[in-house]
Design a protein around this ligand. Structure first.
Ligand SMILES: [Mg+2]
Length: 367
């Protein structure tokens, strides 16, 4: 089928989390913003992409799309996606390349993929070719920094009762000794067979990470996530040489070259590539190949974009599991997927899985 893109539309919405405010070392989140991109074609097929943020700023990505990317894409052929992405990159050379420029580019890239999947009447995982029929989930919908130790332990136990065998605890309290005590309390409560992942969200310095990172090994912590600032690859490499807990990074890396730097210096052992931070699905697949070449497990970072990453995970042998987070927000998506017995089912409807419902957009539109 030949298709031509005839129109691009962007919509910005802000969805409150309701009762549930969540806190890590970087953010206190009470809403999530979404930027939906809609691409119309002359064949009657519409493609949907989106990107997200906890903080204001997606309006910058919206301007990039409306002013820089729309003139490239409208009139274009969705089957020439890689050529369109290359041309979109040319337009952001002097205004960022990464950050909001890339976040906007990814949203358009997803919509381009969505068109070809819908034209083929296939979900993304089938279009790519799959290696599994369900995807293991681990819980990051808990472990929040402001919770009391009792809340933390109660929530971790309830997740284990639900069928999760891996849970995350956020670190980065003003006194790291409290972090350690909280992880110890969770370990004592859930027992030795449950994986505990820890996440600092970049709050520590190298000295803190060396001291407390090694002590976390005594609690059999499965990984230490984003201990330091993401640009500081050298300190991550030094840390990796001095502690035995594996280091995980990816949710604030915007390029395949950043992942290459982490992998070739041994600075990270777990690759948490997120297609919404990279330039979309094609670059995520490139990072997945890179991780495979280094024999490093891939655990895609995800929060609201589970349906996309579950499909990529289904198509990528090196993926170990996918996060489960923001369950209170699942109904914003058309045909959401829910974790059962610790696993995600694969979506059956065509597309990449990033279409917000009309009711969500109507209720929460801000631009
Ligand atoms: Mg994280």
């Amino acid at each position: 089928m030949n298709l031509k893109i005839t129109a691009l539309d962007t919509t910005l919405i802000r969805v409150p989390l309701g009762q549930r405010t969540i806190t890590d070392s970087q953010s206190t989140v009470d809403h999530v913003e979404f930027l939906q991109v809609t691409l119309e074609t002359d064949g009657g097929i519409t493609g949907y992409g989106m990107n997200w943020s906890y903080t204001p700023g997606l309006r910058a990505a919206q301007v990039m799309i409306d002013e820089n990317y729309a003139p490239v894409v409208v009139g274009g052929d969705p089957y020439l996606r890689k050529d369109l992405v290359k041309k979109m990159f040319y337009t952001n050379h002097f205004v960022g390349r990464v950050g909001a420029a890339r976040v906007g580019l990814a949203a358009v890239e997803f919509a381009l993929w969505d068109i070809v999947c819908r034209a083929a009447e296939q979900p993304l995982w089938r279009y790519l070719g799959a290696c599994r029929t369900k995807v293991k989930a681990y819980s990051t919908d808990g472990g929040w920094l402001t919770w009391s130790e009792e809340e933390l332990v109660r929530d971790a136990c309830s997740l284990v009762e639900r069928g999760f065998d891996a849970v995350k605890v956020k670190l980065g309290r003003p006194n790291p000794r409290e972090d350690f005590a909280r992880v110890a309390a969770v370990r004592k409560a859930v027992g030795p067979d449950i994986r505990i992942m820890t996440d600092v969200n970049c709050a520590w310095d190298l000295g803190t990470a060396r001291f407390w990172g090694e002590r976390l090994a005594d609690l059999d912590v499965f990984w230490l996530e984003e201990p330091l600032q993401p640009e500081d690859v050298a300190s991550h490499a030094e840390l990796a040489r001095s502690i035995s807990v594996p280091i995980a990074v990816g949710e604030t890396l915007y390029t395949k070259e950043s992942f290459r730097d982490y992998l070739e210096t041994g600075a990270a052992r777990i690759v948490q590539a997120d297609a919404t931070k990279l330039a979309g699905i094609d670059e995520w697949l490139q990072v997945a190949s890179l991780a495979a070449a280094y024999h490093r497990p891939l655990v895609p970072h995800t929060n609201v974009q589970q349906k996309l990453h579950v499909q990529l995970a289904a198509a990528t042998p090196g993926v170990m599991m996918v996060e489960n987070c923001y369950e209170s927000l699942l109904d914003i998506w058309e045909e959401p997927i829910h974790v059962t017995d610790g696993h995600y089912p694969l979506p059956q409807e065509p597309g990449v899985g990033l279409k917000l419902t009309a009711a969500t957009i109507d209720a929460h539109r801000i631009g």
